[in-house]
Design a protein around this ligand. Structure first.
Ligand code: AMP
Ligand code: TRP
Length: 345
């Protein structure tokens, strides 16, 4: 039986969301709502893996991220929107997958190596196990499409490996049901990584990803930055001595220029080629002015809506509870069937 298409994605409630999250993930998510059944999650269980989170701040961040999703255009009526810890099926399936995934597979995960750093002995088990929980997030809904930024590619490959090994470990039980003629209980989900901004880079260093954890606030545009701050950060963004080229070949070896052109293209929903046709030959000062105006025009209304929503936390909590109920209605039967296949009574 072919899988009906279903989209799942998630984001951690830690720190401020920035332009990379907005362009690399949120705008994609919003687009997919019109063509697919979508489930979007605030992955709070993942949020406590890397470091201790202040409980009051964590609660606040969960609501803030929910507000950012909705303000960016995620429609909680049409789409299922909830925080991960409200749906225990994620953690329960993750345990089963802990017994499917191999140590060798997790040892290859580059994000763990980066986040654990030199002091690996002191990293939490949760940080190491993070990609297994991520696989459970997706597969507990048997989701087929996962829109994410470029940095999540390796985790999605692991998700496919887990699905494949589970399907093969329990092939006899799966085919016995008669419902899964091709022997596939879990789908091999596809990453959806597209558009000109799958990897938005730091405004201070075009070779580094724009990130919540960068020490310099000038390196990123936060979704909560006001008009003047956005304009100032773009004006101060690092560039090189040349102007804007007329063709994409002229961006080669110029990471900062490439990044700014990519951001402009993504905000405008255009290609880099189209942006270069418009600005080719211009000075950076002219281009930066246009970029700042565009970024402000795009982000200011989202920002205002985030603030309006945040003023009513009870309403956000209600939306998340409703989303969790709808999520459990899908995850519950899939987890029960998984447990039956494994042989639990
Ligand atoms: P994170 O901020 O790491 O929790 O990521 C949340 C989502 O935003 C994931 O889908 C990431 O791939 C995406 N993302 C994070 N940073 C960037 C970036 N600099 N450029 C593009 N996408 C990003
Ligand atoms: N690891 C993802 C990130 O850091 C967040 C995430 C957790 C996720 N579970 C997921 C993304 C499931 C997509 C699907 O961005």
């Amino acid at each position: 039986m072919p899988f009906s298409p279903r989209v799942f994605s998630g984001m951690q409630p830690t720190g401020n969301l920035h332009l990379g999250n907005y362009l690399g993930a949120l705008t994609r998510w919003v687009e997919m709502q019109s063509t697919h059944d979508c489930i979007y999650c605030i992955v709070d269980l993942h949020a406590i893996t890397a470091s201790w989170q202040d409980p009051m701040e964590l609660r606040q961040s969960i609501r803030d991220v929910a507000a950012a999703y909705i303000a960016s255009g995620v429609d909680p009526k049409q789409t299922i929107l909830f925080n991960q810890s409200k749906v225990p099926e994620h953690a329960e399936l993750a345990w089963i997958f802990n017994c499917t995934a191999r140590l060798g597979w997790l040892n290859r995960m580059t994000q763990f190596k980066e986040k654990a750093g030199k002091d690996r002995e002191n990293a939490s088990i949760g940080l190491y196990d993070y990609p297994v929980l991520m696989a459970a997030d997706i597969l507990v809904y048997r989701a087929t499409h996962v829109p994410v930024g470029d940095d999540q590619k390796q985790h999605l490959e692991l998700t496919r490996d887990i699905a494949q090994k589970f399907n093969s470990d329990y092939r006899a039980q799966i085919t016995e049901t008669g419902q899964y003629a091709d022997g596939q209980f879990f789908p091999l989900c596809e990453p959806v990584i597209m558009g000109p901004a799958t990897r938005v880079m730091s405004l201070r260093d075009g070779t580094k990803k724009m990130s919540k954890s960068d020490a310099s606030d000038l390196s990123r545009i936060n979704m909560t930055d006001d008009h003047d701050t956005i304009a100032k950060k773009i004006q101060k963004a690092k560039t090189d001595a040349d102007g804007i080229p007329s063709e994409t070949a002229g961006l080669a070896g110029r990471p900062e220029a490439d990044n700014l052109v990519g951001i402009y293209a993504a905000l405008k929903n255009a290609t880099k080629e189209a942006v270069l046709t418009e600005f080719g030959g211009a000075q950076f000062s002219t281009f930066k002015k246009a970029l700042a105006d565009l970024a402000v025009a795009k982000l200011t209304p989202v920002n205002a809506e985030m603030r309006r929503l945040s003023a009513d936390p009870a309403e956000i909590d209600r939306v998340l509870t409703d989303g969790a109920d709808r999520a459990r209605a899908i995850a519950g039967p899939i987890l029960s069937e998984t447990k039956r296949l494994v042989g639990f009574l």
